[in-house]
Design a binder for this molecule. Sequence first.
Ligand code: TMP
Length: 205
Amino acid sequence: MGGRFITFEGVDGSGKTTQLRRLAATLRAAGEAVVETREPGGATGAEAIRRLLVEGEPGRWSPETEILLFTAARRDHVERTIAPARARGETVLCDRFADSTRVYQGVARAGLRGMVDRLHELSIGIEPDLTLILDIDPEAALSRGLARGTAEDRFERFGLDFQQKLRAGFLALAAEFPGRCRVIRAEGSAEEVAARIAAAVMETP
Ligand code: TMP
């Protein structure tokens, strides 16, 4: 099946993006070919869809329309970036994937997990080899996220209750898929979190 597929998940501001970069550097230093990518996005068409999703008013899309847009972006990303990289034997590190749709749209925005799962099965069909769920108190994470000051804050503007639901949703997901999910405590310094992640990755073949 080719290169490993590792995803990073967690609430907004959990530090995934920083940690993904660090893991990429660690694996490259060990001689691995690594592709760093993200969702929504990671391919030209998917990045265009990203702007529709992460900018603007929170009420801009219904949860159902959001699921369709995230799934469309994911299909493009898998076709153009993830599958080709894995076929070349490269390790793919992805900032969010289908678990974000399962939790953001399937649980926190609305109880739409059935729709998420059916669309995933129909049009995506792959799962990561390893999913690192960065777990942190949403209050601390949210202040970090909003402090970034970008226009990409549509989901952060749903507020703290929403982020609490997300945290619970990600922990439930880890229990649902214990084979591939590892919960990583994301409090502490970036070095400490990176060490926890490196240990989890080393344990996974
Ligand atoms: P990011 O800030 O991690 O780049 O993600 C962009 C936002 O999109 C983030 O608030 C989470 C949200 N999102 C979903 O709601 N569903 C999804 O399927 C994905 C991939 C992201």
